[in-house]
Design a protein around this ligand. Structure first.
Ligand code: FMN
Length: 181
């Protein structure tokens, strides 16, 4: 069972990175093979520039996504949507998402942006026939201890529970689909 976890925030003390890191740890406990991609470690071009999707880094992530039975995307919510880095990643790696089981972990400033992953979800469903796991993790600053500090961690038990539930759903659904094809 291969799972790709992508941390899409470029913030040096990112909350959604902490969600992604904890997700990777839970997946490892569930005996999944985890490929972890932190977009802060990449220098991806914006899609539309000639050759942007053909750079070594874009191909590296695309190849990793192709190997995955499920993809878990940790995103910051910006302007009632995922951040531009997350959308650009999908624009760069498009076909690698074909038919994948996809789940989301969101960090947001407030509760009212809860449905902000829907535009990207719609695109993944309609363009790439992804199976979206209908169980998001959605956290705000209040859910973290030592928020924005080096040793920031999830403080909310309900968020920890939701990370585990999403991990279990990804392994269950991703594994079932992999066995069926
Ligand atoms: C440009 C920008 C736009 C934002 N837009 C929203 C928004 O629409 N809704 C919201 O709840 N929070 C919004 N926020 C707050 C971020 O979602 C919040 O800081 C979150 O923790 C970012 O994730 P990160 O810490 O992983 O980078 C915005 C922040 C920035 C910088």
């Amino acid at each position: 069972m291969n799972v790709a976890v992508i941390s899409c925030s470029l913030h040096p003390n990112s909350r959604s990175y902490v969600l992604a890191r904890d997700m990777a740890a839970v997946l490892a406990e569930l005996d999944a093979e985890v490929a972890f991609h932190d977009l802060r470690e990449y220098d991806l071009e914006l899609r539309g520039r000639p050759g942007a999707h053909e750079t070594g880094q874009a191909r590296e992530i695309a190849n990793s996504l192709r190997q995955a039975d499920a993809i878990l995307v940790a995103v910051p919510i910006y302007c009632f949507d995922v951040n531009a880095a997350a959308k650009n990643l999908v624009e760069l790696t498009g076909g690698a998402w074909e038919g994948k089981v996809v789940g989301f972990l969101c960090a947001a400033g407030g509760r009212s942006s809860y449905m902000s992953v829907m535009p990207l979800s719609n695109s993944l469903m309609l363009d790439f026939r992804c199976i979206i796991i209908p169980r998001f993790v959605y956290a705000t600053g209040e859910d973290f201890e030592n928020d924005r500090a080096e040793d920031m961690r999830v403080g909310s038990e309900s968020i920890r529970d939701r990370i585990r539930e999403l991990a279990e759903a990804a392994v269950r659904i991703g594994g079932a689909l992999a066995a069926a094809v």
